[in-house]
Design a protein. Structure first.
Length: 360
């Protein structure tokens, strides 16, 4: 068995110890005689799994009691609709457009009310985060929306926008649990787990309780109402049970790593290995304004599309996989999520240096 270094943006690398544990429990989960995949979501063992997962997430992120944790389905993309349906009481929301995922959320919100694009970095191919210290926030905005880490373009909000008192809603799909966050600064934090936490199929939403009401847009499906899932402890219908079980294991892995402060330090060290190389290299260049660089997704180019393709191919053959950049950006992208070991990045940089020597 040979594991590769997997730089995929998502679904993405998971901690090897978690995969091994899951393998050991595959046929007989702790004496139940069945896999978690085969287990009723109304059973005691599964209730324990979901309760522990929630408790561990709460402790990792220091989530206050007045926030609900929901385990949902439909991907982050379904939240692009659910958010306006649940939160647009005045039918107005402000969106900051820092990439494709923010843009998609904005376009979806326009189906339900007035969505204003109050800032954008489209002018420079989303290679930076706009100054959000004094934006024209709409007086009757129900929320201000951001995509906090832009998976495709490799930018990150290192400072949250000044929302002038409005609730902040953030898609954190690709930076979930990569660093500590102050949950109280958000009305809602959500993300698909397949980037930095677990297998595809689970969305985690952390929502302040007062935002979860029956006052939703007319026609909002029962399944898209946050109240439905909050009232039922995420067990209104069959949840993505196996995915939640793996997420729970990743939460415990993070606790063993020392929690989110420790994870942040590791992520900074890891990203620095790659960024320092890119800053010195004569062949490879990062595409993002330095102060806005993501710790999770690192796009880079040689400036020559043929050479980019040759690099991606050679890297894959050497065991560094999924380095091809997003089709809208070209070049390369290394996603270096929590579960990517630092050796993976160090070896990638060695490989890049050797490639540069041969092709520079
Ligand atoms: C991947 C991604 C999405 C889309 O997630 P799905 O689960 O495929 O709907 C949305 N936002 C961000 C930031 C992402 O990285």
């Amino acid at each position: 068995m040979a594991r590769v270094y997997n730089f995929s943006a998502g679904p993405a690398v998971l901690p090897e110890s978690v995969l091994k544990e899951a393998a050991e429990e595959m046929l007989d989960y702790r004496g139940t005689g069945m896999s978690v995949m085969e287990m009723s979501h109304r059973s005691k063992p599964f209730q324990t799994i979901i309760d522990e997962a929630e408790a561990d997430l709460r402790s990792l992120m220091n989530i206050p009691d007045n926030y609900k944790v929901l385990f949902l389905q439909g991907g982050a993309s379904q939240q692009f609709a659910a958010i306006p349906m649940n939160l647009m009481k005045n039918k107005v929301a402000d969106y900051i457009i820092t990439g494709q995922w923010a843009k998609k959320a904005y376009q979806e919100a326009k189906l339900y009310g007035t969505a204003n694009a109050i800032a954008s970095s489209a002018d420079k191919t989303f290679s930076y985060i706009p100054d959000c210290s004094d934006l024209p926030i709409s007086e009757n905005a129900d929320y201000v929306y951001i995509c906090e880490n832009n998976t495709i373009y490799g930018t990150k909000f290192w400072q949250l926008p000044n929302t002038k008192g409005k609730d902040l809603v953030a898609d954190v799909s690709s930076c979930f649990l990569s660093e500590p966050v102050d949950v109280t600064r958000y009305g809602m934090i959500y993300g698909g787990v397949q980037k930095n936490i677990g297998p595809a199929g689970v969305v985690i939403a952390i929502i302040r309780e007062d935002l979860i009401t029956e006052d939703v847009l007319p026609g909002t499906p029962t399944m898209l109402r946050y109240k439905t899932h909050a009232d039922a402890g995420s067990l209104y219908n069959t949840p993505p049970a196996y995915g939640i079980y793996i997420c729970g294991k990743v939460f415990k892995w993070l606790q063993n790593m020392g929690g989110l402060e420790a994870m942040k330090a590791i992520n900074e060290k890891k990203a620095a290995v790659l960024y320092n190389f890119l800053d010195e290299s004569k062949l490879f260049h990062g595409t993002v304004v330095k102060k806005d660089r993501s710790l999770m997704n690192v796009p880079f180019v040689t400036g020559n599309a043929d050479l980019d393709a040759a690099f991606v191919k050679a890297a894959a053959a050497a065991g560094f996989q999924n380095l091809k950049g997003h089709r809208t950006v070209g070049g390369m992208r290394a996603s270096i999520y929590n579960a990517m070991p630092i050796e993976g990045v160090e070896k990638l940089v060695d490989f890049m240096a050797a490639f540069e020597k041969e092709n520079g």
